[in-house]
Design a protein around this ligand. Structure first.
Ligand SMILES: C[S@@+](CC[C@H](N)C(=O)[O-])C[C@H]1O[C@@H](n2cnc3c(N)ncnc32)[C@H](O)[C@@H]1O
Length: 349
């Protein structure tokens, strides 16, 4: 429903003023089992919920009353049911993973957002320890933080990879350099897709340990190798001789200036017939407002936790960096997976 009256604007503003209350109330309604209970037992009374979930009447009452204000719970004659919106908190994977990412990775540190913006540093990260970027820290974060970070990251790229594979493999590559290859999910997809392709994963050492262990589990280590590196430590060149250089959800981890440098270095290792494929999400290429909203909020994760100077970009920003690095975009494919764009780049020299 479009916002129209002054009262509607006032309520929308109050929803932001009380946003942490709504978040924590939703979390408590999930953790106490109230949402699942009223989904299964439509139009339950407070006493039924109280007895079945072994909670106090007071506790159930305050959460149910908040849930009604949040439009998660419906009320009829002192009985309660889950609303259509409430269903998303019980059975929608994306809502669940975004919620856990906010809870386990971002919630506590987000109060340092303003400082992060002032300093250009990810000050929210200090709730976990002393690191310059979250990528150095990933291997050492608390278990539930690590799990929620990886689940969030993988959810979006996992849905894009199967669609990207046939495009990337059109030229029958013999070898691929996967930059920012993380836990090896793209490498595993490639090694399964082709019986002969070889993949080198470049990333922080901590991530490569996970990648190695995942590839071992899949019995795919033979055609994989690892290139530990930190692109923020003044990297001058990359290994040469790859048919494909692959960067998925990687450039969003850097500022525009850093992206240009990385692309310049990547250009140096691209052969005449090689391709650089960039798979990323762009604010201006989304099909629906949900995807765009998630990406705009995700930018704040980059500010407060990831590195303090990167974001989800507009496509033109990245295309300009590609051009300034001396590369050319040969083909742009939009709407891959849930909202990725695949840029196929060549070295025109
Ligand atoms: C957002 S994740 C994307 C992972 C994977 N490519 C995907 O699409 O799901 C970014 C990856 O880039 C790596 N990365 C970020 N900054 C880096 C740096 N300075 N040096 C090396 N790797 C870096 C991270 O460790 C992480 O694995």
């Amino acid at each position: 429903m479009p916002i129209s009256t002054k009262l509607d604007y006032t309520l929308a503003a109050q929803k932001i003023a009380f946003a942490p209350f709504e978040f924590q109330a939703a979390k408590a309604m999930i953790e106490t089992g109230i949402l699942r209970y009223i989904r299964k037992n439509k139009w339950s009374s407070i006493s039924q919920i109280t007895e079945n979930l072994k909670l106090t009447e007071y506790g159930v009452t305050v959460l149910i009353e908040a849930g009604i204000a949040m439009n998660i719970i419906l009320e009829k004659d002192n009985r309660y049911a889950l609303s259509k919106m409430g269903m998303f908190f019980v059975c929608d994977k994306m809502t669940e993973l975004n919620f856990r990412f906010t809870d386990h990775v971002c919630y506590k540190g987000l109060e340092h957002l303003g400082e992060s913006i002032r300093k250009g540093k990810p000050d929210g990260l200090m709730v976990f320890g002393k690191w310059t970027t979250i990528y150095e820290a990933l291997a050492d974060l608390p278990d539930n933080t690590r799990r929620s970070w990886f689940n969030f990251d993988h959810f979006y790229s996992d849905q894009a990879f199967p669609e990207a594979l046939p495009i990337v493999f059109k030229c029958s590559p013999k070898n691929i350099l996967d930059i920012g290859g993380n836990t090896g999910r793209w490498a595993i997809e490639c090694l399964r897709y082709s019986d002969t392709v070889k993949v080198v994963i470049a990333d922080h050492e901590g991530q490569l340990k996970d990648a190695e262990s995942n590839l071992r589990k899949e019995n795919l280590l033979e055609r994989a190798s690892f290139y530990p590196t930190d692109f923020l430590k003044g990297i001058q060149k990359l290994p040469k001789g790859f048919d494909i250089i692959w960067m998925s959800q990687f450039l969003c981890c850097f500022s525009e200036e850093e992206i240009q440098n990385i692309l310049h270095v990547a250009k140096g290792s691209l052969g005449k017939n090689s391709r650089l494929f960039i798979l990323d999400t762009f604010l201006d290429k989304q099909k629906n407002p949900v995807a765009e909203y998630i990406l705009r909020m995700t930018s704040l994760y980059f500010t407060c936790f990831a590195n303090g100077n990167s974001k989800v970009y507009h496509s033109n920003t990245i295309i300009n960096c590609i051009k300034k690095a001396g590369l050319a975009v040969k083909k742009e494919t939009n709407h891959i997976g849930l909202g990725h764009t695949l840029l196929e780049c060549i070295n025109p020299d």
